[in-house]
Design a binder for this molecule. Structure first.
Ligand code: HEM
Ligand code: HEM
Length: 191
């Protein structure tokens, strides 16, 4: 009779049930800001896109919620830049090219996440619709109604939206590559 190795015993040897995964994680503030901004962006982006299909009765509410959530992203991102500069980050891992790709996409995400709310905010002001945050807090307009630049700002906002989506697709693709194919600890660094 062939004596097969005891698979369970082997699995237990390679990955004991009480094993803890050693992961160098991002600081708690960075993780919190990552998920707060991610959740806001994942709500703000589709809201912005669907404004154009919204019924006239609800379109103004769509605008208000979209603009208010987006405006919050701006302040969280400014906080995040300060946090990233001071709180530190775990060591980068992977091949040099992989590390360069990751930091380029991350840096561009930062730029876009600041550019998007600023262009949207200035566009609404230039179109002559100052923001009242969640219908409660009137926000000072840095620029008066100026139709000539309003459409340029809107175009910057719309183009940035698609660039942001492309970067997010790359980001998610990379996360899936690490988690599902390479099966490394990358995802746990941010959890
Ligand atoms: C992270 C923040 C933001 C994201 C991801 C975002 C995303 C989007 C997207 C995807 C669209 C649709 C673009 C298209 O139709 O091609 C849009 C439109 C719009 N967004 Fe935003 N947005 C953000 C912040 C803001 C802010 C802060 C304001 C204003 C205070 C704003 C005002 C608008 C307006 C008025 C439109 C509709 C038409 C236009 O382009 O002028 N957005 N946004
Ligand atoms: C929806 C699911 C998401 C997952 C599973 C995810 C996962 C991750 C992971 C694993 C990292 C750490 C990468 C590393 O170790 O170097 C990370 C970092 C990062 N993620 Fe995400 N992410 C998500 C959504 C988003 C969204 C929506 C954005 C922005 C639009 C975003 C922007 C970033 C940025 C800028 C970093 C770099 C970390 C920093 O320096 O702050 N992520 N994400």
């Amino acid at each position: 009779m062939v004596d097969f190795p005891n698979i369970r015993a082997m699995a237990a040897l390679t990955r004991p049930s009480n094993a803890t995964i050693e992961v160098e994680r991002f600081p708690a503030t960075s993780r919190l800001l990552h998920w707060a901004v991610a959740a806001l962006v994942l709500a703000t982006w589709p809201l912005g896109f669907f404004i154009q299909f919204a019924n006239k009765d609800v379109a103004l509410d769509f605008y208000m919620i979209h603009e208010s959530l987006g405006f919050l992203v701006l302040w969280l991102m400014l906080l995040r830049v300060g946090n990233t500069l001071t709180a530190g980050r775990p060591h980068a891992h992977g091949a040099p090219l992989e590390r360069a790709a990751a930091s380029t996409v991350h840096a561009l995400l930062y730029v876009l996440l600041i550019l998007m709310p600023i262009s949207g905010f200035l566009a609404t002001n230039a179109h002559g619709f100052p923001l009242t945050w969640f219908g409660l807090v009137p926000i000072w307009s840095p620029i008066a109604k100026s139709p000539d630049i309003a459409w340029t700002l809107s175009a910057v906002h719309a183009w940035s939206a698609w660039i942001l989506l492309a970067l997010f697709a790359m980001h998610l693709g990379a996360v899936l590559l690490h988690h599902v194919i390479k099966r490394d600890n990358t995802l746990y660094r941010i959890l």
